[in-house]
Unconditional design. Structure first.
Length: 162
């Protein structure tokens, strides 16, 4: 994202799975979003899936699924979140993945620095985007309590849109 240099090339840019939250500061985020803005054609849009720290549950959650051979509950995915002290807009995400049939197990910890959806929306406005909206889900429910909301915004131009 930090190296995107295209100009007026894309109709849309989509960033899912909280990748935008890996920016280390809101200053860096404005720069990345400005790169997105420049890379879009007039009227083009951006969709971002954002971690929102204030709505993160504090319990450990789990997901069990069939494995590669269809074995029931062969894959286990544990995940949990922690808000670092005195950092209301950061989120530490921890993941444990295990697949019994393949003998695989992995643990990861990620610090998501820009994890406030409203602050991300403000950065999008600073980067030049218009018609910025936040939704709780892909179903376009109004943003109110989601851990993983979506931001949708548009570059002005293209067919008289603003």
């Amino acid at each position: 994202m930090q190296e995107l240099e295209e100009q007026s090339t894309y109709h849309a840019i989509v960033s899912l799975s909280w990748t935008i939250n890996y920016c280390e500061s809101y200053t860096e985020l404005v720069d990345v979003l400005h790169r997105f803005y420049q890379a879009l054609r007039p009227g083009g849009g951006v969709v971002l899936q954002i971690a929102h720290a204030k709505h993160a549950p504090v319990e450990v959650m789990e997901d069990r699924e069939p494995g590669p051979g269809g074995q029931p509950e062969d894959v286990l995915f544990l995940y949990g979140f922690r808000r670092p002290p005195n950092q209301l807009d950061e989120l530490e995400a921890q993941y444990v993945y295990a697949c019994k049939s393949l003998g695989e197990m992995m643990h990861e910890k990620h610090l998501l620095h820009v994890a406030d959806a409203r602050a991300v929306a403000s950065c999008a406005q600073k980067a030049g985007f218009k018609d910025i909206q936040l939704f709780d889900s892909f179903q376009r429910n109004a943003f109110s309590g989601a851990l993983s909301p979506f931001l949708v915004a548009r570059k002005s131009g293209g067919g008289g849109e603003t």
